[in-house]
Design a binder for this molecule. Structure first.
Ligand SMILES: [Fe+2]
Ligand SMILES: [Fe+2]
Length: 265
């Protein structure tokens, strides 16, 4: 594992960046708004856990440090892209204030075990999204905005690379299937609820401005795309609930390896 930092120029980036499937493009825009709050929180939790890791699983320390470096790079580059989103879509401050408070509250009022399980829940989801984005939807990315597509390709390739770190830390410090699964469900509800509401905000503004064409053909195509997402995500999300689930069981595939190698020259 290593941290890589690409230079991506967002000066001409288009927020409606995924014309093949607008709603998923905006859902990922919603995630992008979340990440400069979520990823510093992940780093904070890992730092809080570090003394226990040093004592009980010192073999994980190096991974934890690289995980933190990668997440720090991710949220900084997302923050640059988010400037583009803020310039085009007013009203995001309310969402940002809300999520900032949520993560403050989690650190202040929840146990380290709960926070570690939240981090693991997010990382499990990141792994599924990475597999989908990097291995399944080349046809959607063909007409996508190149800067925003690259942001997600780089980010998700590193998410895939560090897929097991949060899981291993949780397993070493706070093992237990019920604990993991209970917080996993809470985590998905929190993450998806937030990103969905931000995505709705983007789409409402697009509609208000008359920027989205809606006809029967587009609606039919979006239904097909939606089914494709559901078919991919549902069984994988379910597998995470199983007692012996481990991200170690997901081997790195060629598209991810290629993407990572691109930044290693
Ligand atoms: Fe990340
Ligand atoms: Fe991550």
């Amino acid at each position: 594992m290593q941290a890589r930092l690409p230079t991506i120029d967002f000066s001409a980036a288009e927020p409606r960046w995924l014309p093949a499937h607008g709603p998923i493009g905006h859902l990922l825009n919603g995630a992008s708004i979340l990440l400069p709050y979520l990823e510093p929180y992940l780093i904070r939790v890992m730092k809080l856990a570090r003394p226990d890791v040093a004592e009980r699983a010192p073999q994980l320390l190096e991974d934890v440090d690289i995980f933190n470096q990668q997440e720090a790079n991710h949220f900084k580059v997302h923050a640059t892209y988010n400037e583009v989103l803020r310039a085009r879509y007013p009203g995001l401050e309310v969402f940002e204030e809300e999520i900032k408070q949520d993560y403050r509250d989690f650190i202040a009022n929840r146990s380290l075990g709960w926070n570690l399980a939240y981090c693991e829940g997010f990382e499990c989801m990141g792994l599924v999204l990475a597999e989908f984005f990097l291995q399944e939807i080349d046809d959607w990315l063909e007409p996508a905005d190149p800067a925003v597509a690259e942001l997600w390709q780089w980010h998700l390739a590193e998410e895939f690379e560090h897929r097991a770190v949060a899981h291993d830390v949780l397993d070493a410090l706070h093992p237990g299937w019920w604990h993991r699964v209970r917080v996993y469900v809470e985590t998905q509800r929190h993450l998806f609820g937030f990103t969905q509401r931000v995505a709705e905000h983007f789409m409402a503004l697009d509609r208000e401005r008359g920027e989205v064409a809606v006809d029967a053909e587009i609606e039919a195509r979006e239904r097909v795309n939606q089914r494709r997402i559901t078919r991919f995500f549902l069984p994988r999300m379910f597998r995470i609930l199983l007692p012996f689930y481990s991200p170690h069981s997901r081997p790195m595939q060629e598209p991810v390896r290629r993407r990572l190698a691109q930044y290693e020259a």
